[in-house]
Structure formats: structure tokens, C-alpha cells
Design a protein around this ligand. Structure first.
Ligand code: BGC
Length: 392
């Protein structure tokens, strides 16, 4: 793309995202803790002021993080006021630095007591989620700028119940429809609950949106498969909740190429081109963000990029990765898409779920062997310039 200067809209929000289990440390009472312990992680729970100072120095004006359900509701009948006080302090620390907060209610972890009852595939999951949402909204809403109810429900559904990788690690596809409906109901209930407490609240979800393409562009079968895949990943959930969303949160990472494989189950192959890849071996495909944003325009809602990032331990590709994605995001804005903010994933290196600590997504490097020393990467400074100038 050309070298022109790209201005972003007035009041555009710039920042980064994290989630409780991935950064806080000391979480021992959730469904991930036993099989995938994150130990001390970045100790965000105690050192959030240090990290927020870094975010401020890097010119961020929004920060996305999640509440740890297992801390706030450690057993079924008990809400822990001490933990609410903790998150109030976290939110005040952001306010003090003039950084807006985007608070995710569920980012992949459940309290142990709830997972023991079936968790996401318990028919009453939406009611449990509603009651947790009610409690946290009553206690925290005065300090929260944006609420995100669920993070990437469709991704979790497939990694937990089709691939069996994430808790409850059940390869039981027959549970997929139930979990899908539970997510839809949970979101709607949470949306209504938050609005019954604060009718001006801004409530949305953060969903993983992909750009899918056909292996063979001339094959009409492949083209149909692309349409189906695009509908399932990008629209199935969004369509159900569109009347219950004040904004759309876009997490963008993937470009998939799809083809029919008639002789091998499940008869469809989803892959990437593997040309330029991240340390996760995910293809880098910035143009796909433009497609996704244009594709979401029809919902007629403000859009925030709630996640976009790269695992790149050497920090060789991150700066260009960010800039190229921002160029395509800017083009989408020129094309009339109402994008209002961008949150890089992630502010700091952290616990990358079943991939552990080796994958480095952070703008800030964390030295786990050396007292969690935080070192700002060059790409973080490059991004900070963009945030400061609101232009690229
Ligand atoms: C999730 C994050 C995760 C990131 C990179 C998203 O799917 O919301 O928790 O770390 O992608 O894999």
C-alpha cells in the first residue's frame, strides 16, 4: 500500500488487551488451574499499577482486561467482597491514568464449582452467568466504560467440544448445539441485566472473525464451502445477538483457505497459505481485516478491534504486522465502516492457554526467569507513536 499519511477519526481509542487467567497469576480455583497451571504468570494481580504505567507511557487510552469469576464467586453461594474491592482498585488505577476500561466478564475460565456442574454445557449456565453479571455490574459499573460479555464463544466451543483441547476437554460434538444456545442465552441475559442497571451502558461481545478463501478459486464447490464457513465463523453467533449489542468487538487473527477433501474425514480442509507466519505458525494476512470489517458493516453498529496481535519472540515482525493491519483498518474506515478503537493483543507476554508461556504476543517482554522484569519492545514504541499522533 502507498506511503500516504493516514489520519484516524477523532476520539479513536488506542490500547491493548489482556485476560485474567493469562496475566494475573495465583488463580487456583478455576477449570484451567489443575491441568494448565499458569502459576504466577505476570503477577498482574499485584503489579497492575506497574503495567498501567507502561500502558500510559506508551500512549494507550483504552485497556481491555477480564474479571476472574473464580476469584469473585469462589463457591456457588458466595461472592467475595475483597475481590470486588480489588477490581475497583484496578478500575480506579485506569481512571487515574485517564485510560478507558473495557471489561470482559467471561474470558475462557469458569470457577471450579461451576465446571463441576458441567459448566458451559449445564442447561442453567445462562442463569449462572446472569447472576454473576448482575453482581459485578452492580458493584463495578460506575467505573466501567465498556462491557464485553463473552470472549470468542465460537472459538471456545470448537476448541473445547470438537477438538477437546480446552476445558472441559470433551470431544463431544453432540454438546455443540447446547453450548451454542447457552452462549446466546447467556449473552442476551447479561445484556439485559447490565442495561437494567445502567441504561446507557455500552455492551458487546468480542468474537473471532476470520477471512476465508477458496483453495481453488475456480471451484464452485470450494466457493460454496467458503460461504458456509464464513457464515458459521463470522455470522452465526452475531446474527442471534445483533439486537442485543451496542457495539461489535472484532478479534482478528486468521486467514483460512478451504477445500473439499472427499476421501478424508471430515471432508473439508481448512488451512493457511503458510507464506509469512507468526511463531504460532499462523499466516500473517492483514488484508483480511479489511474484508472482515466490511463484512460486519451490515450490522450497523460501532466496531472496536478488541484483539489483533502476533506471537513474535524476536520482535522482528510485530511492528510491520501492526502497521499493515492498521492500514487495512484505515481503508475500511474510508470505506464507511464505523471503527472506533484498536486494542493490540497483548500488552504483555502471557500464558497462551494450552501453548504455555513460550509464545510471546506482548508489546512488552516479560522475563519470567528474572523477577518478571518488563522490557518494552521496539514495536511497542512504534505503536506508541501511532497512538500519540492518531495517525500512521
Ligand atoms: C484469545 C486470547 C488469546 C489470543 C491468541 C484469542 O483467541 O482471546 O486469549 O491469547 O487469541 O491466541
Amino acid at each position: 500500500m502507498s506511503k500516504k499519511i493516514r489520519k484516524f477519526p477523532k476520539d479513536f481509542l488506542w490500547g491493548a488487551a489482556v485476560s485474567s487467567y493469562q496475566v494475573e497469576g495465583g488463580i487456583e480455583n478455576c477449570d484451567w488451574s489443575e491441568k494448565f497451571p499458569a502459576g504466577k504468570s505476570c503477577d498482574y494481580y499485584n503489579q497492575y499499577e506497574k503495567y498501567f504505567d507502561l500502558a500510559k507511557d506508551l500512549n494507550h487510552d483504552v485497556h481491555r482486561f477480564s474479571l476472574e469469576w473464580s476469584r469473585i464467586q469462589p463457591s456457588e453461594g458466595k461472592f467475595d467482597r475483597k475481590e470486588i474491592e480489588h477490581y475497583r482498585k484496578v478500575l480506579r488505577a485506569l481512571k487515574k491514568r485517564n485510560i478507558k476500561s473495557m471489561v470482559t466478564i467471561w474470558h475462557f475460565t469458569l470457577p471450579l464449582w461451576l465446571s463441576e456442574k458441567g459448566g458451559l454445557h449445564n442447561i442453567k449456565f445462562p442463569e449462572y452467568f446472569e447472576s454473576f453479571t448482575k453482581f459485578v455490574t452492580e458493584e463495578l459499573d460506575d467505573l466501567v466504560d465498556f462491557w464485553v460479555t463473552l470472549n470468542e464463544p465460537m472459538v471456545y466451543l470448537s476448541l473445547a467440544y470438537i477438538e477437546g483441547r480446552f476445558p472441559p476437554q470433551k470431544k463431544k460434538s453432540f454438546l455443540v448445539p447446547l453450548v451454542f444456545i447457552n452462549f446466546v442465552r447467556a449473552h442476551k441475559k447479561a445484556y439485559n441485566t447490565i442495561h437494567s442497571i445502567n441504561q446507557n451502558a455500552k455492551v458487546g461481545t468480542a468474537q473471532n472473525y476470520c477471512y476465508s478463501d477458496a483453495y481453488n478459486k475456480k471451484s464452485s464447490v470450494n466457493k460454496i464451502l467458503v460461504k458456509i464457513s464464513n457464515f458459521i465463523t463470522n455470522h452465526s453467533f452475531s446474527k442471534f445477538i445483533k439486537k442485543h449489542s451496542d457495539f461489535i468487538g472484532v478479534n482478528y487473527y486468521f486467514h483460512n483457505r478451504i477445500k473439499l477433501t472427499p476421501f478424508s474425514f471430515p471432508f473439508v480442509k481448512i488451512d493457511n497459505e503458510n507464506k509469512k507466519v507468526s511463531d504460532m505458525n499462523w499466516e500473517i494476512f492483514p488484508k483480511g481485516l479489511h474484508f472482515v470489517l466490511k463484512d460486519m458493516k451490515k450490522y450497523n453498529k460501532p466496531i472496536y478491534i478488541t484483539e489483533n496481535g502476533i506471537a513474535d519472540s524476536k520482535d522482528e515482525k510485530r511492528s510491520e504486522f501492526i502497521k499493515e493491519h492498521l492500514k487495512w483498518m484505515h481503508k475500511a474506515i474510508e470505506d464507511g465502516v464505523d471503527v472506533r478503537g484498536y486494542m493490540y493483543w497483548s500488552l504483555v507476554d502471557n500464558f497462551e492457554w494450552d501453548s504455555g508461556f513460550a509464545k510471546r504476543f506482548g508489546l512488552v517482554e516479560i522475563d519470567y526467569q528474572n523477577g518478571l522484569e518488563a522490557k518494552i519492545r521496539q514495536s511497542a514504541y512504534d505503536y506508541a507513536e501511532i497512538c500519540k499522533n492518531n495517525s500512521l
